[in-house]
Design a protein around this ligand. Structure first.
Ligand SMILES: Cc1cc2nc3c(=O)[nH]c(=O)nc-3n(C[C@H](O)[C@H](O)[C@H](O)COP(=O)(O)OP(=O)(O)OC[C@H]3O[C@@H](n4cnc5c(N)ncnc54)[C@H](O)[C@@H]3O)c2cc1C
Length: 504
């Protein structure tokens, strides 16, 4: 075992949306920071992949197996590397709606309040959008929360066939809006991510040290069990111990819970910060269904996600409970998430026999239907020996089905519209639910709250039990609203950064 001879002000574990952002935000302020990241730097050639190669089975799956509800192993789609899952995300950075922070009545039950309001997050959303260069246009989506400023940058122009499609949707009563997207100025790596906007600015500060290929295995506490004294990590087969005044876990919902559960000791026999038995529980996995429409004109299959529709976000003409969010998937050859649902394309191949994958993609328009799920203590991450296990049964399914059918009705109306020439009527709209391997959108497992009996960290992200331990990733989410979690993870990390500034 090697004991690092440095002592840091802060150790951050994980360099994704939460950890990378926090590292960047603490840089340049005179703090000695160590960033421990399990993976290395993703090769540029692997980033922003836009070709049939995206459908390769091993693409974006680390050589690791998790075990699902039936006990079978599966390969999660997740990035262990600088920037974490933001390296392959769709870069759609949406604010939660005001009402999402309160208790929301879903069809299957009440989605809990965050005990914080939109106003608490609003200034951090402003900062998060500026930091990640979010391009967007306010005032179009009727569900949009209030903003103190317009997006700094306008949306980028759409792939040409999408403009007539947007007009067709509008003619048929929908309210499509440009999705707010993070872009970078780099030609080689155009989509914004936490490496570009978090890690890179962090390591420009000599007081910030970065160690890659450093897999944190457990945390060690003092004899009283009140303080983390050492962070244990495996660096290419060697065990290292690192120490700091403050330790921030940002390894993502699954791995943050796993590290805490693995860190058992006499004072914390169920794992660290787990006196409430809540660590690992309330895992939430956004319900995601891809829906395909046939295009009458070929498209490149290589373009970013483009517009969203929130007309059913809070319900529809028949029901008053939330159904969710619709998002244009982007080019089929560019969406890493879609590549996890290949059976959908194989259904399209029945409609267009003799077409190869590339041609099928160019004749497809893909959509995502996204619906909230409720936290359920039985949906959890837990350890069985060395195995990382996931118990998960989705809830709120009928609301999701309603959303899917609502959207298919809308697509049919658009296809039947004589003025629409870019999509065509089809006997069926192939669709597929994201399988268990799609773990990139998960949240929960270590929820924040004011009650130590029902939560793991307080409203600032500080452990209820360990005085120098904080969490800064999607694990702290008390609920899982229907839009992507990314911007809220970033905003939350900036909020935590302000808090740490006061105590460092
Ligand atoms: C294909 C895909 C598309 C997505 N698209 C969108 C989108 O368009 N919009 C949106 O809002 N969200 C999107 N998401 C979700 C978004 O990427 C996540 O919500 C976000 O990255 C979560 O941030 P995080 O900090 O919790 O975890 P991550 O960003 O995953 O970061 C966790 C980090 O911890 C590291 N780590 C893990 N274990 C250890 C360990 N033991 N020791 C050291 N380091 C460790 C990982 O390597 C990683 O760098 C997408 C996700 C995927 C996979």
């Amino acid at each position: 075992m090697i004991i690092d001879d440095q002592h840091y002000d802060v150790i951050i574990i994980g360099s994704g949306a939460g950890g990378g952002t926090l590292a960047g935000s603490l840089a340049g302020k005179g703090h000695k920071v160590l960033l421990l990241e399990r993976g290395g730097q993703m090769a540029l050639a692997d980033q922003n992949v836009a070709d049939v190669d995206l459908f390769r089975k091993d693409r974006y799956h680390p050589a690791e197996r998790w075990f699902g509800p039936d006990g079978d192993p599966f390969a999660p789609q997740t990035i262990y590397g600088l920037g974490g899952n933001t390296k392959i995300w769709g870069a759609v950075l949406e604010r939660l709606r005001e009402k999402d922070f309160g208790a929301v009545h879903l069809q299957d039950g009440i989605s809990p309040s965050w005990e914080l309001s939109y106003d608490d997050y609003s200034p951090y959303y402003d900062r998060a959008e500026a930091l990640f260069q979010v391009h967007g246009k306010g005032g179009v989506d009727p569900t949009e929360p209030k903003r103190s400023q317009e997006f700094a940058k306008p949306p980028k122009p759409l792939e040409s066939f999408l403009e007539p499609l947007r007009e067709a949707l509008q003619r048929n009563g929908s309210n499509p809006y440009d999705l707010p997207l993070s872009w970078s100025d780099s030609q080689e790596d155009p989509s914004g991510d936490a490496e570009i906007y978090g890690v890179a600015p962090a390591v420009r500060d000599a007081a910030v040290q970065l160690r890659t290929n450093a897999k944190v295995t457990r945390l060690h506490v003092n004899p009283a069990g009140t303080e983390v004294k050492a962070v244990e990590a495996d660096l290419q087969g060697q065990t290292w111990l690192f120490s700091a005044d403050l330790v921030v876990l940002a390894a993502g919902s699954v791995n943050t819970a796993a590290i805490l559960l693995r860190s058992t000791n006499d004072t914390h026999p169920r794992g660290l910060s787990n006196g409430s038995d809540q660590v690992g529980r309330n895992l939430m996995k956004l319900q995601l269904t891809s829906i395909l429409q046939l295009a009458s004109v070929p498209n490149s299959g290589r373009y970013a996600r483009s517009f969203g529709v929130n007309d059913y976000y809070w319900g529809d003409k028949n029901v008053s409970f939330p159904l969710g969010h619709i998002q244009s998937c982007g080019g089929v050859l560019q969406d890493a998430l879609f590549a996890e649902s290949p059976p959908v394309l194989s259904l399209v191949s029945k409609l267009m026999p003799n077409f190869g994958l590339e041609e099928l993609a160019s004749r497809s328009v893909a959509w995502w239907a996204m619906t909230e799920v409720l936290p359920d203590p039985h949906n959890k991450v837990f350890l069985q020996g060395d195995q990382l296990r996931i118990n998960y049964i989705a809830n709120n399914r009928e609301a999701h089905d309603r959303l899917v059918y609502r959207w298919i009705d809308t697509l049919k109306a658009v296809e039947a519209d004589p003025l629409t020439h870019v999509v065509r009527t089809a006997p069926t709209h192939p669709r597929g639910e994201a399988p268990i391997s799609v773990m990139g959108y998960v949240c929960g497992t270590c929820r924040m709250g004011s009650n130590p009996a029902t939560s793991v960290v307080d409203l600032q992200g500080k452990s209820h039990e360990i005085q120098n331990l904080y969490l800064a990733d999607a694990s702290v989410f008390p609920s899982c609203p229907s839009i992507g979690p990314g911007l809220t993870v970033i905003a939350n990390a900036l909020r935590l950064s302000d808090h740490l500034e006061q105590i460092l």
